[in-house]
Design a binder for this molecule. Structure first.
Ligand code: ADP
Length: 339
């Protein structure tokens, strides 16, 4: 991918020089050739800012050659009639190189500060997500300690429940962070074995049972669905995250649909909700790490779940996509090769 990009940036740089030379052909008799140099320098600068130093240096050299060959009399030869053009070339080349170095430094600087800003924002969001449940747990436990004698059974139960829920949230967050780190480091171990989709879904429902029991859930799994070869515990995480999202991002009185069928050597699984969906411009980004859609409703999350799902599905040679439904809500479509 990086190589392809590099080739592309060199090709575009060459094309830019070509275009300027082509345009120069039309105006070379009505404008001092030395002034045409400005256009080339502009191109070198654009190339440097956009693609960095390598393509910019190529553009500089090529510009000098093209300028000399096509736009400085005598035309179509590298000879020059007027010696002063030699100085123009030398200065041109020097300025081109300096401009390309400066512009590409500026570019690196911009990229670096963007990365730093992003990292700071991520750190902020993670530490907030870590601190919130910790504060809730500490709060609940200390209330119990302080009032251990005077507290009735119901209040104690309520505090314990809060502490438990928050501890679970923390556990999931840390789990997701670990999974993400492992995925990125290529250290997530995948041990595949044949398994039934029904069992996978069953295990995911089990982990979400408190939330899911309040919801209407309709599953439609084709009777002749073959087994898939997959890592059972990783796949559970995928369904857990998708179902958890469907529950989080749709109102309680709506239905969640799960459909699965075999289709040309693949299993296609759809998870559909009747919730708020995702704005069109965000839909391609929701699988990015830490990406969350800005919403007026306060729905907690870290933006890690979907990127982990994607990592796991791709590690199985499959694909995961999301699309808004025609009426309302979102559908996730997963395809996994049967073997
Ligand atoms: P989190 O839910 O922790 O924010 P995810 O990576 O699971 O992170 O999801 C990324 C974003 O995608 C969410 O912030 C949410 O805006 C959007 N999203 C995910 N699932 C759904 C869904 N079922 N309906 C609407 N939006 C969703």
């Amino acid at each position: 991918m990086a190589n392809k990009n590099a080739t592309y940036s060199y090709l575009v740089s060459i094309l830019l020089v070509f275009i300027i030379t082509f345009l120069g052909e039309f105006i070379k008799r009505s404008i001092e050739p030395a002034n045409l140099v400005m256009f080339y320098l502009l191109a070198v600068m654009i190339v440097a800012i956009r693609w960095g130093q390598g393509p910019a240096i190529v553009a500089s050299f090529l510009s000098v050659l093209a300028f000399d060959f096509f736009l400085v009399p005598p035309y179509l030869t590298f000879n020059v009639s007027d010696v002063q053009y030699v100085f123009t070339f030398i200065v041109f080349l020097a300025v081109g190189l300096v401009v390309s170095t400066l512009a590409s430094k500026a570019r690196e600087q911009i990229i670096r500060s963007q990365t730093e800003k992003l990292q700071a924002a991520l750190l902020n969001s993670i530490s907030h997500d870590l601190r919130t449940p910790l504060a809730a747990i500490t709060g609940a436990l200390s209330a119990m300690l302080d009032n251990s004698h005077a507290m009735d059974e119901a209040s104690r139960e309520e505090l314990l429940e809060t502490a438990f829920e928050e501890a679970e949230r923390l556990n999931r967050l840390v789990g997701n962070l670990l999974d993400m780190t492992k995925l990125e480091a290529g250290a997530l171990k995948i041990s595949k074995a044949p398994c039934e989709l029904r069992d996978l879904l069953g295990a995911s429902f089990e982990q979400l049972k408190e939330k899911i029991k309040l919801r209407r859930l309709i599953t439609n799994i084709s009777a002749d669905l073959p087994e898939i070869t997959a890592d059972f515990s990783l796949m559970i995480k995928v369904f857990y995250n998708l179902l958890d999202n469907a529950l989080k991002y749709s109102p309680p009185d709506t239905t969640i649909y799960i459909k699965a069928a075999a289709l040309d050597n693949k299993i296609k699984i759809e998870i559909k909700d009747e919730g708020m969906g995702v704005p069109y411009e965000d839909i391609s980004r929701i699988f990015n790490k830490f990406y969350r859609v800005e919403r007026p409703q306060k729905i907690t999350g870290t933006g890690l779940g979907l990127s982990i799902c994607k990592g796991i599905i791709e590690a199985h040679g499959g694909e995961i996509t999301a699309m808004n439904n025609e009426d309302r809500g979102l559908t996730f479509v997963i395809t996994i090769p049967i073997n």
